[in-house]
Design a protein around this ligand. Structure first.
Ligand SMILES: *Cc1c(COP(=O)(O)O)cnc(C)c1O
Length: 379
């Protein structure tokens, strides 16, 4: 017998499956896409920013692009040129829309690749016009109007003037007008008024119709109607989470975050669990250690209130603080719990929105926090 030494090749054994992984059910994505179509009868911009909300942008884009042409999204919405580049370089054909303004040094790439920017200022418009002129082409652009988000767009009173000026720019073509909703899941009166103001604004500039008018995110799609909007921009609901509890039944959560039990031990009363010894056992407890932590994007709860995890379909409360790579859970009611058992952190049974509430955050944040260490597995 000799001492086994470290080696870098993988001869004579098979690599272990991942410790923590995210199952992504593409069939459920298409189900949710169908729900968007049911609620909003016109065209769809699938919002794929932040790696398709943590689901992995290329597989999600491919699944949506493979739909029949009449149903497939008209645009993929992304946050930055870096995200746009990922889609272009993966060979996707659906038009790419940049949801926010770009830095001046990014604009040449936008024009060269034919991505569609939304404009918030005449300075951007002039720059895009110049760059498109250098390439002897016409760039399709959308104009954004700020009806209350305060993040970008022309103020409503300046919209008409801006459109006039942009129409004079030879190398730009205004294809659409968009706006965004700051509180469609929080403030009904404001959002209703915002829809009305959007529609009235478009009534006032309708002398020449454009191809696309859009303002609704998921909450806007589910709860409101615009007379003008003929394109919607769903994000969260595509991934099966409703911003409002009452639509959750229609949707199927696409992603489940999973890991495995790495250790099960009985610990005596009085034993502390995890950093800070926030939890001290009141009685003898069967404690399982699970191989996932905040280094995987699982939240670190701000208060003593913690979420449950699911082992064998049974809820088990988290004990003490979440650490970078491991969490401890009470499995006293699961005497057969053992090393290797699968654990659901969130997904179909514990919704990302439920976990978000316990963690003092929002489901968008829960989904986009999953780190690269977590392998995405597509089903
Ligand atoms: C992120 C985003 C969306 C999608 O919002 P959801 O609430 O996830 O549906 C739509 N429009 C814009 C401009 C966005 O930035």
């Amino acid at each position: 017998m000799s001492l086994l030494v470290m080696k870098n090749d993988q001869e004579g054994f098979s690599a272990s499956p991942p410790r923590a992984w995210a199952e992504v059910r593409l069939g459920d994505l298409l189900h949710n896409y169908g729900v968007v179509r049911k609620h909003h009868s016109s065209e769809i911009m699938a919002v794929l920013k932040a790696g398709a909300y943590g689901h992995g942008v290329v597989p999600i884009a491919q699944a949506l692009e493979s739909l029949p042409a009449a149903e497939a999204p008209k645009f993929f919405g992304v946050a930055s040129v870096g995200e746009a580049r990922q889609l272009s370089e993966a060979g996707l054909k659906t038009r790419i829309y940049l949801l926010g303004p770009s830095c001046d040094f990014e604009r040449e790439e936008v024009v060269a690749r034919g991505w569609t920017p939304c404009l918030s200022s005449l300075e951007e418009a002039e720059d895009f016009n110049r760059l498109a002129g250098e390439r002897d082409g016409t760039l399709a652009v959308h104009v954004t109007v700020d009806t209350g988000m305060g993040r970008g767009g022309f103020l409503p009173e300046n919209l008409l003037g801006a459109i006039k000026k942009i129409r004079e720019m030879k190398n730009l073509y205004i294809e659409g007008i968009g706006s965004h909703l700051p509180c469609a899941d929080e403030d009904d009166a404001f959002t209703r008024d915002q829809f009305d103001r959007f529609d009235e604004l478009l009534d006032s500039i309708s002398e020449e119709s454009l191809s696309f008018y859009h303002l609704a995110n998921s909450a806007g799609i589910l709860n409101y109607k615009s007379r003008w909007a003929n394109l919607c921009r769903p994000g969260l609901m595509l991934y099966g989470i409703s911003p409002m509890p009452h639509f959750q039944d229609e949707l199927k959560p696409v992603l489940s975050l999973k890991s495995r039990v790495t250790l099960v031990r009985s610990l005596p009363a009085g034993h502390g669990i995890s950093y800070g010894r926030e939890a001290v056992l009141e009685k003898e407890t069967l404690v399982a250690t699970v191989g996932i932590g905040y280094g995987d994007g699982y939240p670190r709860f701000p208060s003593k209130e913690k979420s449950d995890v699911l082992i064998g379909g049974v809820r088990c409360p988290i004990l003490g603080r979440v650490t970078m790579d491991q969490i401890m859970v009470d499995v006293s009611h699961l005497p057969n719990c053992k090393n290797g058992d699968e654990v659901e952190l969130f997904g179909e049974n514990i919704l990302a929105s439920e976990l978000a509430t316990t963690a003092g955050t929002i489901p968008w944040h829960i989904l986009t926090s999953i780190t690269p260490r977590v392998e995405r597995v597509y089903l």
